[in-house]
Design a protein around this ligand. Sequence first.
Ligand SMILES: Nc1ncnc2c1ncn2[C@@H]1O[C@H](COP(=O)(O)OP(=O)(O)OP(=O)(O)O)[C@@H](O)[C@H]1O
Ligand SMILES: [Mg+2]
Length: 639
Amino acid sequence: MKVLLKTKMIISSLTVIIICGLVATLVAIRLIGTGIINQAQDKVRTDLNSAREIYREESENLKDVVRFTALRFFIKEAIRDNNLELLQKELEEIRNSESLDILVLTDKNGRVIVRTRNPSITGDSQTQDDLVSHVLSDREIISGTVIVQREELLKERPDLAEQAYIKFIHTQKEKPSLKSESTSGMIIKAAAPVFNSDGSLVGVLYGGTLLNRNYKIVDEVKETVYQGVKYKGKDIGTATIFQGDLRISTNVKGEDGSRAIGTRVSEEVYEQVLVKGLPWIDRAYVVNSWYIAAYEPIKDINDEIIGILYVGILEEKFMDMRRRAVLIFLGITLAGMVIALIVSNFLANGVLQPIKRLVFASQQLAKGNLEYEVELKSSDEIGELGETFNLMASSLKERDERLKEYTQQQIMKSERLATLGQLAAGVAHEINNPLGAVLMYTHLSLEEMESEDTRRQNLEKVVGEATRCRDIVKGLLDFARQTEPKVEESDVNGILNRTLSLVENQALFQNVKVKKLLTSSLPKVMMDSNQIQQVFTNIILNAAEAIEGEGELIVVTRRAPDNKHIEIEFTDTGCGIPPENHEKIFDPFFTTKEVGRGTGLGLAISYGIIARHKGTINIRSKPGKGSTFIVRLPLKIES
Ligand SMILES: Nc1ncnc2c1ncn2[C@@H]1O[C@H](COP(=O)(O)OP(=O)(O)OP(=O)(O)O)[C@@H](O)[C@H]1O
Ligand SMILES: [Mg+2]
């Protein structure tokens, strides 16, 4: 499938953008997530401080009420006068106006004189009560949270015990318990000494508020800290007071929408807050929703942990905030990607424009329009490519022109050779017969002459010169004959060995060392072995003639790199051929040899033979150093 460069460029830049976008998004989601959760935890920690303040304020208020009541004049007087009626009336009024659940006066031994909520039960000792015993011994006011047993609550009338009674409601994560109900109550209590005018202790006044099912503190926390804000119908902030691990006052709602009184804290929180006495801030599943929650222990005056104070913010709001932030971020990333895509498309166009021009120019070149020049103004690599392209085109053009010229010359040369061939054949044919007659009659005359005849010498010269003429004529006929080769499968190495063994014994080869590097596995080639032997003989004799004194002839056969030809290479250490003669040596009658030694037909004939075999002869030569003749013959002759 063809994928456009532009598509590839856009895909690769898009891949980079997507990877960066993904990494950035992941990092951002993580940062936003932890940032928002940390923020929520900080907030809930502060909220817990506020809740603790509100709780403490409640205790302080109570303390003030008890303190100031204990200082009231009527109490001292009524105690002195044993006016129980007055005490009951006044104190009950105070209890009502201050909305206290209990207000009790004991004598200096801790025996109840007046129990405002239930006047019928008096005379019982309250010295077992930590606060009362503290006041009796230290004679100073004290307040704190205490757990009060059911029998004590019953003394204050059964309805108070009833208010304190809570049946456990089972939820998922609570710590398992053998109990199924709680009968005691948790009370914020304050106790103050009552002195008479001479400063001696005459009694103890204590008051208290039952926290079980009393929602004043938790609702105040909700109102003050969270302003009662709701999120998706649920209170955003909630507060709870636990007696031990039991919810006794809360504004967390259960499944039915009522306050989740009777449910208990998770085991995790139980261990951390009630057992270890440490605060706990984390997300927590409270009744039926997730909250970012904070818990801390509530202690009595002996520093014993008796309950927990809790505030929690609905996690959903923060989760939604996080989701929104993430969505906004994703939106921005996506928009960035789209913009990047547009920009990369634009940039890709910028890069591709010159490439397109180059492609067009190459097409022009391929069509043969070598005049076409590409115009690229950029100074980068593409500009460089454009310059190189133009350079390539101009050198191609130059080559093309040279090739044309060369071909022209070659055509002219072969035409010349052909004409020469015809002429030579005609002349040779005409001369051959009279020459034969000259030789025959000269031989006859010589036979008839006496051996001492002085004219014999002249006639022998005639025979010599006529023989030389016949040789030339024979050469001319060979050159001109241009007979089609009679091809058969022949072994080049065999022909070479045969040729060399024929010539090596000649005097010419006395000082010539012949080295054969013949590739043994050469395939057989279709050729006329006689004609090829003639070519090899001619090249080898030329080499030997070029070597003056001692020298070397190296003959190599091999497969050509294109695997379609074989190459036969003859290298000699002879006199070499000057460059200006490279073309001429294949011309008929071109020879540098003295008259009578060479006819200049050898290479012309060889050239013709090799050409008819569809092969080539090339030369490499350095004057003074030697020459190399390379004959290339095709493995198959294609017509
Ligand atoms: N190996 C060679 N080293 C140097 N010159 C060479 C070599 N082979 C050929 N020549 C040159 O090429 C010329 C032409 O050679 P060619 O074989 O056609 O003719 P020739 O050898 O002169 O005569 P003949 O017809 O007897 O072969 C030679 O005269 C010689 O100058
Ligand atoms: Mg020759």
